[in-house]
Design a binder for this molecule. Structure first.
Ligand code: UDP
Length: 418
């Protein structure tokens, strides 16, 4: 059997009770979710991805599944089999689907398909709907013989201009699904031929440990405890160590800011995801920079930085950076805006849609622009404050967990003709 990820028990007092979101998002959406859940009661859904921790998909599933279950929908989360070689290949696919070069050899194809075949053999058939996340398990459907279920391929990355060789290889496997879900219309590869394509952006959970309200005083104590100086400005990027998140570009932008504001500090917080072997090399390069710069900090989940600390850093930082070059959605952008924090971010993928309309000038395309925007916001705290406030309302309206659950319930009800 494919390993099942435990997301803990739920009880009515916890965030898995949908009623607890009513004060944050209003009645209409909660009532619709309750109505949809009545027609979906007893439906069995199996989410399949490659890792239980690190990155946005794991973050989303760990929050969604307890709520699904509390609403009477059977939701499981299973992890495919993989080893370092397989995850190196699938990280290459991930990058290639976002446009990077990749050498697609027969050995690569063989390894990828063999792992999918083994995972398919280990998959139980007693579900009504399978939701397959991202490229790692995209060929499972091909190897599974039980045919009565609905299969959904959920794409979390920007596949608008994929590497042709990798896309042509994966496309037939993806097209075997009954539906595909993309974060936005622009991400659909031009030649995808599927009858049902849905557009559903991800969302953050305002009640999770990562996003719950925390007293500022506590956040500042957490930050001080890590050795960062609270008397000087703090810039923060929270991201996997991935070339598309451009951590080295962030360091260059920070150094440009530092030429004007000597005390400024940069904190990089980065989780190491189980399916992302590329991260270690990037972390090593960053550590070499940290060694020569006392105002540059790097923290990882390996040194105890968990959800609570990420929350505290996001709330206590002066400015947030998310200098992505390519991005599926970028949950961290909504996480920052929900905390009413101003953010300078790359104009990539799903990031612009999260920005409040009047503050899109803080979407950047270069290191120089990023530095200029950071300096401007440091010098204009009134603009920074109103940007954060507008960002919070934008996230409330569109990118909180109930919106995602409502959209997914609508899709599943449609696919199952309920
Ligand atoms: N994250 C975290 N700790 C870290 C780095 C990232 O908890 O050190 C979380 C982050 O808060 C967010 C998710 O991982 O919830 C990253 O999602 P995003 O969509 O921004 O990027 P992805 O990693 O999926 O490309």
């Amino acid at each position: 059997m494919l390993p099942k990820v435990s997301v803990g028990r739920h009880c009515c007092a916890s965030s898995s009770n949908i009623e607890n979101y009513r004060p944050l998002v209003g009645d209409a959406i909660i009532n619709e979710i309750l109505e949809l859940s009545r027609s979906l009661r007893g439906v069995r859904i199996c989410n399949i991805n490659a890792t239980a921790s690190g990155g946005g998909v794991a973050e989303l599933l760990s929050r969604q599944i307890p709520i699904y279950q509390s609403l009477g929908v059977v939701a499981d989360w299973r992890i495919i089999h993989g080893d370092k070689d397989f995850f190196t290949i699938t990280k290459g696919f991930h990058n290639a689907l976002q446009g990077a070069a990749f050498e697609l050899t027969p050995a690569v194809i063989n390894d990828y398909l063999e792992h999918n075949r083994l995972s398919a053999e280990a998959l139980e058939g007693d579900y009504d709907v399978y939701v397959v996340h991202d490229p790692q398990p995209a060929a499972l459907r091909h190897f599974v013989t039980h045919n009565s279920q609905k299969w959904i391929w959920r794409c979390h990355i920007d596949t608008s201009e994929p590497n042709q060789a990798v896309w042509e290889f994966l496309r037939p496997y993806i097209e075997m699904h009954d539906a595909a879900v993309f974060t936005m219309k622009q991400f659909v590869p031009p030649d995808l031929e599927m009858e049902r394509v849905f557009f559903i952006p991800p969302a953050i959970d305002p009640l999770s440990t990562k996003n719950m309200e925390l007293p500022l005083d506590l956040c500042r104590r957490v930050i001080a405890d890590s050795g960062v100086n609270l008397r000087e400005p703090i810039l923060l990027q929270v991201s996997r160590f991935d070339p598309w998140k451009d951590p080295l570009g962030v360091i260059r932008a920070y150094r440009m800011v530092k030429e004007q504001r000597r005390g400024v500090q940069l904190v990089l917080v980065g989780a190491m995801a189980g399916d992302d072997p590329e991260g270690w090399g990037i972390l090593e390069t960053i550590n070499a920079e940290v060694a020569i710069d006392p105002d540059l900090y790097v923290f990882t989940n390996m040194t105890g930085v968990g959800n609570m600390e990420v929350n505290a850093f996001q709330r206590g930082a002066d400015l947030i950076i998310q200098k992505s070059l390519r991005e599926g959605f970028g949950l961290v952008v909504s996480e920052a805006l929900w905390k009413a924090k101003p953010i300078v971010a790359g104009a990539a993928g799903g990031i612009p849609m999260q920005f409040p309309q009047s503050y899109k000038q803080f979407l950047t395309d270069s290191v120089e622009d990023c530095a200029t925007d950071l300096l401007y916001l440091l010098d204009h705290p009134d603009v920074a404050k109103s940007f954060g406030a507008a960002g919070k309302e934008r996230v409330r309206g569109q990118f909180l967990l109930p919106a995602l659950i409502r959209n997914e319930f609508r899709m599943i009800a449609q696919l199952l003709n309920r």
